[in-house]
Design a protein. Structure first.
Length: 414
Protein backbone atom coordinates (compact mmCIF):
# COMPACT_ATOMS: atom_id res chain seq x y z
CA UNK A 1 0.00 0.00 0.00
CA UNK A 2 1.19 3.53 -0.84
CA UNK A 3 2.21 5.69 2.14
CA UNK A 4 2.20 9.50 2.38
CA UNK A 5 3.36 11.79 5.17
CA UNK A 6 1.85 15.14 6.17
CA UNK A 7 1.83 17.33 9.25
CA UNK A 8 -1.94 17.70 9.28
CA UNK A 9 -4.59 15.61 7.56
CA UNK A 10 -7.93 17.37 7.14
CA UNK A 11 -11.00 15.21 6.52
CA UNK A 12 -13.67 16.92 4.38
CA UNK A 13 -13.47 19.90 2.00
CA UNK A 14 -16.57 21.74 3.30
CA UNK A 15 -16.24 25.16 4.96
CA UNK A 16 -14.89 23.60 8.18
CA UNK A 17 -12.18 21.60 6.43
CA UNK A 18 -11.02 24.30 4.02
CA UNK A 19 -10.85 27.08 6.66
CA UNK A 20 -8.76 24.88 8.98
CA UNK A 21 -6.51 23.70 6.13
CA UNK A 22 -5.84 27.23 4.91
CA UNK A 23 -4.93 28.67 8.32
CA UNK A 24 -2.62 25.74 9.20
CA UNK A 25 -1.02 25.80 5.73
CA UNK A 26 -0.32 29.53 6.08
CA UNK A 27 1.67 28.76 9.25
CA UNK A 28 4.05 26.66 7.14
CA UNK A 29 2.83 23.13 7.86
CA UNK A 30 2.27 20.42 5.24
CA UNK A 31 -1.50 19.94 5.01
CA UNK A 32 -3.64 17.65 2.88
CA UNK A 33 -7.43 17.39 2.51
CA UNK A 34 -9.23 14.15 1.66
CA UNK A 35 -12.81 14.55 0.42
CA UNK A 36 -15.26 11.74 -0.21
CA UNK A 37 -17.23 13.49 -2.99
CA UNK A 38 -16.44 15.03 -6.34
CA UNK A 39 -16.97 18.85 -6.23
CA UNK A 40 -19.23 20.66 -6.94
CA UNK A 41 -21.56 18.61 -4.74
CA UNK A 42 -24.92 19.58 -3.22
CA UNK A 43 -25.14 20.35 0.48
CA UNK A 44 -27.82 22.29 2.34
CA UNK A 45 -26.95 25.41 4.39
CA UNK A 46 -27.16 28.42 2.12
CA UNK A 47 -27.69 31.45 4.33
CA UNK A 48 -24.49 32.63 6.01
CA UNK A 49 -24.02 34.94 9.02
CA UNK A 50 -21.70 37.97 9.22
CA UNK A 51 -19.52 36.36 11.92
CA UNK A 52 -18.34 33.70 9.46
CA UNK A 53 -16.75 36.49 7.36
CA UNK A 54 -14.06 36.86 10.04
CA UNK A 55 -13.13 33.20 9.66
CA UNK A 56 -13.30 33.35 5.85
CA UNK A 57 -11.15 36.45 5.96
CA UNK A 58 -8.49 34.87 8.17
CA UNK A 59 -8.46 31.88 5.83
CA UNK A 60 -7.88 34.24 2.88
CA UNK A 61 -11.11 33.30 1.08
CA UNK A 62 -13.11 36.55 0.96
CA UNK A 63 -11.74 37.93 -2.33
CA UNK A 64 -12.25 34.63 -4.18
CA UNK A 65 -15.83 34.40 -2.92
CA UNK A 66 -16.52 38.06 -3.82
CA UNK A 67 -15.56 37.31 -7.43
CA UNK A 68 -18.43 34.80 -7.65
CA UNK A 69 -20.93 37.62 -7.10
CA UNK A 70 -23.14 35.65 -4.75
CA UNK A 71 -26.22 37.39 -3.33
CA UNK A 72 -25.17 39.76 -0.56
CA UNK A 73 -27.15 39.43 2.65
CA UNK A 74 -27.77 42.35 5.02
CA UNK A 75 -30.26 40.96 7.50
CA UNK A 76 -33.22 38.75 8.26
CA UNK A 77 -36.96 39.26 8.07
CA UNK A 78 -39.44 37.28 10.16
CA UNK A 79 -43.05 37.10 8.99
CA UNK A 80 -46.11 35.89 10.87
CA UNK A 81 -49.74 36.35 9.80
CA UNK A 82 -48.87 39.47 7.82
CA UNK A 83 -46.79 41.00 10.65
CA UNK A 84 -43.13 41.67 9.88
CA UNK A 85 -40.11 41.84 12.15
CA UNK A 86 -37.04 43.35 10.49
CA UNK A 87 -33.43 42.76 11.43
CA UNK A 88 -30.61 44.65 9.71
CA UNK A 89 -27.10 43.58 10.66
CA UNK A 90 -25.93 47.20 10.41
CA UNK A 91 -27.92 47.86 13.62
CA UNK A 92 -26.26 45.13 15.64
CA UNK A 93 -24.85 45.73 19.14
CA UNK A 94 -21.49 44.03 18.58
CA UNK A 95 -18.95 45.79 16.37
CA UNK A 96 -18.24 43.57 13.39
CA UNK A 97 -19.25 42.59 9.87
CA UNK A 98 -22.69 43.80 8.89
CA UNK A 99 -23.17 41.69 5.78
CA UNK A 100 -22.51 38.28 4.35
CA UNK A 101 -23.79 36.09 1.48
CA UNK A 102 -26.60 33.76 0.48
CA UNK A 103 -24.98 30.99 -1.55
CA UNK A 104 -25.76 27.85 -3.49
CA UNK A 105 -23.37 25.72 -1.44
CA UNK A 106 -22.13 23.55 -4.31
CA UNK A 107 -20.54 26.62 -5.91
CA UNK A 108 -19.52 28.28 -2.65
CA UNK A 109 -17.79 25.19 -1.24
CA UNK A 110 -16.02 24.58 -4.57
CA UNK A 111 -14.73 28.17 -4.48
CA UNK A 112 -13.25 27.62 -1.01
CA UNK A 113 -11.74 24.26 -2.00
CA UNK A 114 -10.26 25.63 -5.26
CA UNK A 115 -8.80 28.58 -3.35
CA UNK A 116 -7.15 26.43 -0.70
CA UNK A 117 -5.75 24.21 -3.45
CA UNK A 118 -4.24 27.30 -5.14
CA UNK A 119 -2.62 28.13 -1.81
CA UNK A 120 -0.77 24.82 -2.03
CA UNK A 121 -3.01 22.39 -0.10
CA UNK A 122 -3.69 19.24 -2.17
CA UNK A 123 -7.37 18.19 -2.13
CA UNK A 124 -7.91 14.52 -2.98
CA UNK A 125 -11.53 14.20 -4.16
CA UNK A 126 -13.52 10.98 -4.26
CA UNK A 127 -11.27 9.72 -1.51
CA UNK A 128 -12.89 8.27 1.59
CA UNK A 129 -11.43 7.73 5.03
CA UNK A 130 -12.03 4.10 5.98
CA UNK A 131 -9.83 3.65 9.05
CA UNK A 132 -7.64 5.61 11.48
CA UNK A 133 -5.05 4.20 13.91
CA UNK A 134 -3.61 6.50 16.55
CA UNK A 135 -0.23 6.02 18.19
CA UNK A 136 -0.09 8.86 20.72
CA UNK A 137 -0.77 12.00 18.72
CA UNK A 138 0.62 10.45 15.51
CA UNK A 139 -1.83 8.62 13.30
CA UNK A 140 -2.12 6.48 10.21
CA UNK A 141 -5.30 7.06 8.20
CA UNK A 142 -6.34 4.63 5.50
CA UNK A 143 -8.13 6.24 2.57
CA UNK A 144 -9.66 4.64 -0.50
CA UNK A 145 -10.11 6.35 -3.85
CA UNK A 146 -12.90 5.73 -6.35
CA UNK A 147 -10.88 3.02 -8.13
CA UNK A 148 -10.43 1.15 -4.86
CA UNK A 149 -6.76 2.12 -4.40
CA UNK A 150 -5.82 2.37 -0.74
CA UNK A 151 -3.25 4.76 0.72
CA UNK A 152 -1.96 5.17 4.26
CA UNK A 153 -1.53 8.79 5.32
CA UNK A 154 0.74 9.38 8.30
CA UNK A 155 -0.06 12.61 10.11
CA UNK A 156 1.08 14.44 13.22
CA UNK A 157 -2.48 15.70 13.71
CA UNK A 158 -5.96 15.23 12.19
CA UNK A 159 -8.70 17.84 11.78
CA UNK A 160 -12.01 16.07 11.24
CA UNK A 161 -14.32 18.40 9.27
CA UNK A 162 -16.36 15.59 7.72
CA UNK A 163 -19.75 17.16 8.52
CA UNK A 164 -22.64 14.71 8.31
CA UNK A 165 -20.03 11.98 7.53
CA UNK A 166 -18.92 12.14 11.22
CA UNK A 167 -15.78 10.12 10.51
CA UNK A 168 -13.97 10.13 13.89
CA UNK A 169 -17.15 10.02 16.05
CA UNK A 170 -18.30 6.95 14.10
CA UNK A 171 -14.92 5.16 14.13
CA UNK A 172 -14.36 5.80 17.84
CA UNK A 173 -17.96 5.70 19.18
CA UNK A 174 -18.15 9.39 20.08
CA UNK A 175 -21.68 10.01 18.73
CA UNK A 176 -24.10 11.44 21.29
CA UNK A 177 -27.83 12.07 20.74
CA UNK A 178 -28.97 15.69 20.66
CA UNK A 179 -31.31 17.11 23.30
CA UNK A 180 -33.36 18.81 20.57
CA UNK A 181 -36.57 17.26 19.23
CA UNK A 182 -36.30 15.66 15.76
CA UNK A 183 -37.32 17.90 12.85
CA UNK A 184 -37.96 17.36 9.17
CA UNK A 185 -37.54 19.57 6.13
CA UNK A 186 -39.01 19.51 2.62
CA UNK A 187 -37.10 21.92 0.39
CA UNK A 188 -36.16 22.80 -3.16
CA UNK A 189 -34.66 25.55 -5.30
CA UNK A 190 -37.10 27.37 -7.59
CA UNK A 191 -36.66 29.65 -10.60
CA UNK A 192 -38.10 32.70 -8.85
CA UNK A 193 -39.31 34.71 -11.87
CA UNK A 194 -41.91 36.72 -9.95
CA UNK A 195 -39.37 37.89 -7.36
CA UNK A 196 -39.21 41.68 -7.13
CA UNK A 197 -37.08 44.11 -5.11
CA UNK A 198 -40.03 44.32 -2.68
CA UNK A 199 -39.25 40.72 -1.81
CA UNK A 200 -35.86 41.96 -0.59
CA UNK A 201 -33.52 39.35 -2.05
CA UNK A 202 -30.76 40.78 0.16
CA UNK A 203 -32.25 39.30 3.32
CA UNK A 204 -33.35 35.83 4.38
CA UNK A 205 -37.09 35.63 5.04
CA UNK A 206 -38.31 33.27 7.74
CA UNK A 207 -42.07 32.74 7.74
CA UNK A 208 -43.97 31.31 10.68
CA UNK A 209 -46.33 28.97 8.83
CA UNK A 210 -48.08 27.72 11.96
CA UNK A 211 -46.90 26.93 15.50
CA UNK A 212 -43.67 24.92 15.24
CA UNK A 213 -43.61 25.00 11.42
CA UNK A 214 -41.60 27.60 9.54
CA UNK A 215 -40.34 28.30 6.03
CA UNK A 216 -36.95 29.59 4.84
CA UNK A 217 -36.79 31.77 1.74
CA UNK A 218 -33.21 32.33 0.59
CA UNK A 219 -32.80 34.18 -2.72
CA UNK A 220 -29.62 33.62 -4.78
CA UNK A 221 -27.99 35.99 -7.25
CA UNK A 222 -28.64 33.53 -10.12
CA UNK A 223 -32.40 34.24 -9.90
CA UNK A 224 -33.19 31.03 -8.06
CA UNK A 225 -34.50 30.91 -4.51
CA UNK A 226 -34.19 28.16 -1.91
CA UNK A 227 -37.49 27.47 -0.15
CA UNK A 228 -37.85 24.91 2.62
CA UNK A 229 -40.50 23.93 5.15
CA UNK A 230 -39.21 22.82 8.57
CA UNK A 231 -40.91 21.35 11.61
CA UNK A 232 -42.21 18.37 13.53
CA UNK A 233 -42.05 15.23 11.31
CA UNK A 234 -45.68 14.45 12.34
CA UNK A 235 -46.92 17.64 10.63
CA UNK A 236 -45.75 16.44 7.21
CA UNK A 237 -47.63 13.11 7.44
CA UNK A 238 -50.94 14.76 6.46
CA UNK A 239 -49.55 15.58 2.99
CA UNK A 240 -49.87 12.96 0.27
CA UNK A 241 -48.24 12.39 -3.11
CA UNK A 242 -44.78 13.03 -4.47
CA UNK A 243 -42.39 15.44 -2.77
CA UNK A 244 -43.25 18.00 -5.45
CA UNK A 245 -47.00 17.60 -4.87
CA UNK A 246 -46.53 17.97 -1.11
CA UNK A 247 -44.35 21.08 -1.54
CA UNK A 248 -46.86 22.69 -3.93
CA UNK A 249 -49.80 21.96 -1.59
CA UNK A 250 -47.89 23.49 1.31
CA UNK A 251 -46.86 26.60 -0.65
CA UNK A 252 -50.42 27.16 -1.87
CA UNK A 253 -51.54 27.25 1.77
CA UNK A 254 -49.08 30.02 2.73
CA UNK A 255 -50.53 33.45 1.86
CA UNK A 256 -47.13 35.20 1.94
CA UNK A 257 -45.75 32.96 -0.83
CA UNK A 258 -48.72 31.40 -2.67
CA UNK A 259 -48.91 33.90 -5.54
CA UNK A 260 -45.16 34.32 -6.01
CA UNK A 261 -44.55 30.55 -6.04
CA UNK A 262 -47.65 29.52 -8.06
CA UNK A 263 -46.63 27.08 -10.86
CA UNK A 264 -43.00 27.95 -10.18
CA UNK A 265 -40.37 25.89 -12.00
CA UNK A 266 -38.28 23.73 -9.69
CA UNK A 267 -34.54 23.29 -10.12
CA UNK A 268 -34.79 19.81 -8.55
CA UNK A 269 -37.47 17.57 -7.08
CA UNK A 270 -38.01 18.70 -3.47
CA UNK A 271 -35.86 16.74 -1.02
CA UNK A 272 -36.49 15.57 2.51
CA UNK A 273 -34.02 15.61 5.39
CA UNK A 274 -34.84 14.54 8.91
CA UNK A 275 -33.30 14.34 12.40
CA UNK A 276 -30.07 16.18 11.64
CA UNK A 277 -29.17 17.26 15.19
CA UNK A 278 -26.33 15.24 16.68
CA UNK A 279 -23.40 15.91 18.91
CA UNK A 280 -20.17 14.22 20.01
CA UNK A 281 -19.11 13.18 23.49
CA UNK A 282 -15.79 15.03 23.01
CA UNK A 283 -14.56 17.61 20.51
CA UNK A 284 -10.90 16.55 20.68
CA UNK A 285 -8.57 13.71 21.53
CA UNK A 286 -4.88 12.91 21.45
CA UNK A 287 -3.95 13.69 17.86
CA UNK A 288 -7.28 15.00 16.59
CA UNK A 289 -9.82 17.79 16.80
CA UNK A 290 -13.39 17.83 15.48
CA UNK A 291 -14.61 21.01 13.77
CA UNK A 292 -17.83 22.09 12.08
CA UNK A 293 -20.90 19.95 12.01
CA UNK A 294 -19.06 17.00 13.52
CA UNK A 295 -18.97 18.85 16.84
CA UNK A 296 -22.65 19.67 17.03
CA UNK A 297 -25.35 20.78 14.63
CA UNK A 298 -28.49 22.21 16.17
CA UNK A 299 -31.14 23.46 13.79
CA UNK A 300 -31.32 25.51 10.61
CA UNK A 301 -33.59 28.29 11.91
CA UNK A 302 -30.88 30.85 12.67
CA UNK A 303 -28.49 29.79 9.87
CA UNK A 304 -25.80 29.00 12.43
CA UNK A 305 -24.24 25.95 10.72
CA UNK A 306 -21.59 27.44 8.44
CA UNK A 307 -20.70 30.06 11.05
CA UNK A 308 -20.14 27.43 13.74
CA UNK A 309 -18.24 25.35 11.17
CA UNK A 310 -15.87 28.11 10.11
CA UNK A 311 -15.40 29.67 13.56
CA UNK A 312 -14.67 26.29 15.17
CA UNK A 313 -12.08 25.65 12.46
CA UNK A 314 -10.59 29.11 12.93
CA UNK A 315 -10.20 28.43 16.67
CA UNK A 316 -9.01 24.83 16.26
CA UNK A 317 -6.47 25.66 13.52
CA UNK A 318 -4.65 28.12 15.79
CA UNK A 319 -4.49 25.53 18.57
CA UNK A 320 -3.21 22.85 16.16
CA UNK A 321 -0.44 25.24 15.05
CA UNK A 322 0.58 25.88 18.66
CA UNK A 323 0.46 22.15 19.42
CA UNK A 324 2.69 21.34 16.42
CA UNK A 325 5.06 24.04 17.63
CA UNK A 326 5.47 22.12 20.88
CA UNK A 327 3.07 23.96 23.21
CA UNK A 328 0.79 22.16 25.64
CA UNK A 329 -2.83 22.96 24.88
CA UNK A 330 -5.70 22.93 27.36
CA UNK A 331 -8.28 21.83 24.79
CA UNK A 332 -11.20 22.03 27.22
CA UNK A 333 -10.47 25.60 28.20
CA UNK A 334 -9.29 26.88 24.84
CA UNK A 335 -11.59 24.96 22.49
CA UNK A 336 -14.54 23.05 23.97
CA UNK A 337 -15.60 25.79 26.41
CA UNK A 338 -15.56 28.68 23.92
CA UNK A 339 -17.21 26.52 21.26
CA UNK A 340 -19.96 25.53 23.67
CA UNK A 341 -20.44 29.20 24.59
CA UNK A 342 -21.46 29.82 20.99
CA UNK A 343 -23.38 26.58 20.50
CA UNK A 344 -25.31 27.00 23.75
CA UNK A 345 -26.27 30.58 22.90
CA UNK A 346 -27.74 29.41 19.61
CA UNK A 347 -29.36 26.45 21.42
CA UNK A 348 -31.24 28.84 23.75
CA UNK A 349 -32.47 30.83 20.74
CA UNK A 350 -33.50 27.67 18.84
CA UNK A 351 -35.45 26.43 21.87
CA UNK A 352 -37.03 29.87 22.38
CA UNK A 353 -38.05 29.82 18.70
CA UNK A 354 -39.84 26.48 18.89
CA UNK A 355 -41.38 27.28 22.31
CA UNK A 356 -42.86 30.51 20.90
CA UNK A 357 -40.86 32.83 23.21
CA UNK A 358 -39.20 34.50 20.24
CA UNK A 359 -42.56 34.95 18.50
CA UNK A 360 -43.63 37.10 21.44
CA UNK A 361 -40.39 39.12 21.21
CA UNK A 362 -40.15 39.41 17.41
CA UNK A 363 -43.76 40.44 16.90
CA UNK A 364 -44.16 42.68 19.96
CA UNK A 365 -46.04 45.91 19.19
CA UNK A 366 -43.38 48.25 20.59
CA UNK A 367 -40.00 46.51 20.62
CA UNK A 368 -37.20 47.98 22.71
CA UNK A 369 -34.67 48.98 20.03
CA UNK A 370 -31.62 48.63 22.28
CA UNK A 371 -32.56 45.03 23.09
CA UNK A 372 -33.47 44.37 19.46
CA UNK A 373 -29.94 45.32 18.44
CA UNK A 374 -28.51 42.93 21.03
CA UNK A 375 -30.65 40.11 19.63
CA UNK A 376 -29.59 41.21 16.15
CA UNK A 377 -25.98 40.44 17.09
CA UNK A 378 -26.93 36.85 17.89
CA UNK A 379 -28.69 36.61 14.53
CA UNK A 380 -25.46 37.93 12.96
CA UNK A 381 -23.54 35.09 14.64
CA UNK A 382 -21.70 37.20 17.24
CA UNK A 383 -22.45 34.62 19.94
CA UNK A 384 -19.03 34.91 21.56
CA UNK A 385 -19.46 38.56 22.61
CA UNK A 386 -20.32 38.15 26.28
CA UNK A 387 -20.56 41.93 26.73
CA UNK A 388 -23.93 41.46 25.02
CA UNK A 389 -26.44 40.64 27.80
CA UNK A 390 -28.48 38.64 25.27
CA UNK A 391 -25.43 36.44 24.73
CA UNK A 392 -24.17 36.35 28.32
CA UNK A 393 -27.61 35.54 29.77
CA UNK A 394 -28.88 33.63 26.75
CA UNK A 395 -30.61 31.00 28.88
CA UNK A 396 -32.73 33.44 30.92
CA UNK A 397 -32.88 36.81 29.11
CA UNK A 398 -35.34 35.80 26.37
CA UNK A 399 -37.85 34.24 28.76
CA UNK A 400 -37.71 37.30 31.03
CA UNK A 401 -38.18 39.66 28.10
CA UNK A 402 -41.14 37.69 26.71
CA UNK A 403 -42.77 37.72 30.19
CA UNK A 404 -42.34 41.48 30.39
CA UNK A 405 -43.85 41.98 26.94
CA UNK A 406 -46.84 39.81 27.90
CA UNK A 407 -47.36 41.76 31.15
CA UNK A 408 -47.20 45.09 29.30
CA UNK A 409 -49.64 43.79 26.71
CA UNK A 410 -52.07 42.60 29.38
CA UNK A 411 -51.84 45.97 31.18
CA UNK A 412 -52.46 47.86 27.93
CA UNK A 413 -55.52 45.73 27.21
CA UNK A 414 -57.04 46.31 30.65
C1 LIG B 1 -32.25 21.57 6.73
C2 LIG B 1 -30.95 22.27 6.99
C3 LIG B 1 -30.81 23.60 6.63
C4 LIG B 1 -29.61 24.29 6.90
N1 LIG B 1 -29.52 25.62 6.61
C5 LIG B 1 -28.39 26.29 6.94
C6 LIG B 1 -28.25 27.67 6.64
O1 LIG B 1 -29.14 28.33 6.09
N2 LIG B 1 -27.07 28.28 6.98
C7 LIG B 1 -26.05 27.59 7.58
O2 LIG B 1 -25.01 28.20 7.88
N3 LIG B 1 -26.15 26.29 7.83
C8 LIG B 1 -27.28 25.61 7.53
N4 LIG B 1 -27.35 24.27 7.77
C9 LIG B 1 -26.19 23.59 8.35
C10 LIG B 1 -25.10 23.29 7.30
O3 LIG B 1 -25.58 22.33 6.40
C11 LIG B 1 -23.86 22.72 8.00
O4 LIG B 1 -23.71 23.26 9.27
C12 LIG B 1 -22.56 22.99 7.23
O5 LIG B 1 -22.63 22.44 5.95
C13 LIG B 1 -21.39 22.41 8.01
O6 LIG B 1 -20.18 22.53 7.28
P1 LIG B 1 -19.03 21.45 7.48
O7 LIG B 1 -17.87 21.93 6.72
O8 LIG B 1 -18.89 21.13 8.92
O9 LIG B 1 -19.62 20.11 6.82
P2 LIG B 1 -20.05 19.79 5.27
O10 LIG B 1 -20.40 21.04 4.58
O11 LIG B 1 -21.07 18.73 5.39
O12 LIG B 1 -18.70 19.21 4.67
C14 LIG B 1 -18.16 17.98 5.10
C15 LIG B 1 -17.44 17.29 3.95
O13 LIG B 1 -16.85 16.07 4.44
C16 LIG B 1 -16.95 15.07 3.45
N5 LIG B 1 -16.86 13.72 4.05
C17 LIG B 1 -17.82 13.06 4.74
N6 LIG B 1 -17.38 11.84 5.08
C18 LIG B 1 -16.13 11.71 4.60
C19 LIG B 1 -15.17 10.65 4.63
N7 LIG B 1 -15.42 9.46 5.20
N8 LIG B 1 -13.97 10.85 4.02
C20 LIG B 1 -13.70 12.03 3.40
N9 LIG B 1 -14.59 13.07 3.35
C21 LIG B 1 -15.78 12.91 3.95
C22 LIG B 1 -18.31 15.33 2.84
O14 LIG B 1 -18.42 14.79 1.53
C23 LIG B 1 -18.40 16.86 2.84
O15 LIG B 1 -18.01 17.45 1.61
C24 LIG B 1 -28.54 23.58 7.50
C25 LIG B 1 -28.68 22.24 7.83
C26 LIG B 1 -29.87 21.58 7.59
C27 LIG B 1 -30.00 20.13 7.96
Amino acid sequence: MKTEKVDVLVIGAGPAGTVAASIINKAGFKVKIVEKMKFPRFVIGESLLPRCMEALSEAGFVEAVKEKKFQEKYGAKFVKNGKICDYFFADQFTPGWNWTWQVPRAEFDKTLADTVEKMGVPVNYETTVTDIKFNGTDSVTTVEDIEGNKTNIEARFIVDGSGYGRVIPKLFNLDKPSDLAPRRTLFTHVVDKKRSMDDEPNRITIIVHQKGIWIWVIPFSNGNTSVGFVGDPEFFKQYQGTNEEQWRTLIASQPYLAERMKDVEMVFEPRILESWSTTSSTFYGEGFVLTGNVTEFLDPVFSSGVTLATVSSQMAAKLVIRKLNGETIDWDKEYTEPMMQGVNTFRSYVMAWYEGTLDTIFFADKPNLEIKNMICSVLAGYVWDTTNPYVKNHDTALVKLAKLINIEKALAEN
